[in-house]
Write a protein that binds this ligand. Structure first.
Ligand SMILES: C[S@@+](CC[C@H](N)C(=O)[O-])C[C@H]1O[C@@H](n2cnc3c(N)ncnc32)[C@H](O)[C@@H]1O
Length: 267
């Protein structure tokens, strides 16, 4: 029986397959069958996408997309539905990858899914017009290493989302502070990431949770320009000063040659 046969759209058959694929984090609508109807965040991630999608062209005109930490494939599917060309979703979790493959196949969408970590995206050939790096940053022990790696793959736009906690105020930072300046560290607006040694929200992989000013500082520090902030946890960015003398920040830093004050250049 082929995957697109009428019988496979039978709700009872779909429900059974959805159930067999384990617990879903993405609530997808598979021909009327919801995959995670009892998600603790509601109809997730549709509720988030409704706010973000207005900042993404309705017609993606064959643009290439890399969806990092694609999970059940919600964002890959939505980008494909908007006319993206190549869409590659990567994740480290086989359960989610199997769910995403099943969802795309059920919906008749040609999307590639591959087991790959964010730390390994620079081994992928070329760049992608749109890179989605959503809901992964705070799950990483080495968040800036990941961000600097991801930046190398961004052709035109990065859609970045992270959990944020603490102050949502943005204050400009000075170019330098004297060694004796200590009051700034008592200011909740100063860029800060909270380190979770044990667990947050029942999830021991929630390692680092930044405040808003830290997110925006890190995005700029990784050579990105923030062009949109469609909702509390999401930023749209473009590469602006991601290289120094033709070399990426990641490569300079890992070689011990990064001089942060040196004049930056676009990719
Ligand atoms: C909170 S979910 C976010 C899913 C989706 N991007 C979203 O925003 O709804 C985090 C996802 O990141 C994946 N993940 C965790 N560590 C990863 C890594 N090192 N590389 C790629 N994906 C990772 C998890 O398996 C999971 O699917």
């Amino acid at each position: 029986m082929s995957a697109s046969s009428a019988e496979n759209f039978d709700p009872a058959v779909l429900e059974q397959r959805v159930h067999e694929l384990g617990e879903w984090f993405h609530n997808l609508n598979l021909h009327g069958v919801p995959t995670a109807p009892n998600h603790f965040l509601g109809d997730f991630p549709s509720i988030k996408w409704r706010k973000i999608c207005q900042d993404i062209p309705l017609d993606l005109e064959g643009a290439s997309v890399l969806d990092i930490g694609c999970n059940g494939g919600f964002y890959s599917i939505e980008m494909k539905r908007r006319g993206a060309g190549r869409v590659l979703g990567i994740d480290t979790d086989d359960r989610y990858l199997n769910q995403a493959r099943f969802a795309a196949q059920t919906l008749g969408l040609d999307i590639e899914f591959e087991k790959r970590s964010v730390y390994e995206v620079d081994r992928l050939a070329g760049q992608f017009d749109y890179v989605l790096f959503m809901g992964v940053f705070y799950h990483l022990r080495y968040p800036l290493l990941a961000l600097d790696t991801v930046v190398k793959k961004v052709g035109t736009k990065l859609i970045f989302q992270t959990m944020v906690r603490g102050s949502d105020k943005v204050i400009p930072c000075e170019k330098d502070y004297s060694f004796w300046t200590k009051d700034i560290f008592y200011s909740p607006e100063f860029p800060a990431m909270y380190f979770i040694e044990k667990s947050y929200s029942g999830d021991p992989t929630n390692w680092w949770i930044p405040n808003r000013n830290a997110v925006e500082s890190m995005l700029r520090s990784s050579g990105l320009q923030i062009i949109g902030h469609p909702e509390d946890e999401t930023w749209i960015c473009e590469p602006s000063h991601v290289q120094r003398h033709g070399r990426y920040i990641l490569d300079l830093e890992t070689a011990g040659e990064l001089k942060p004050d040196e004049e930056a250049s676009p990719a």
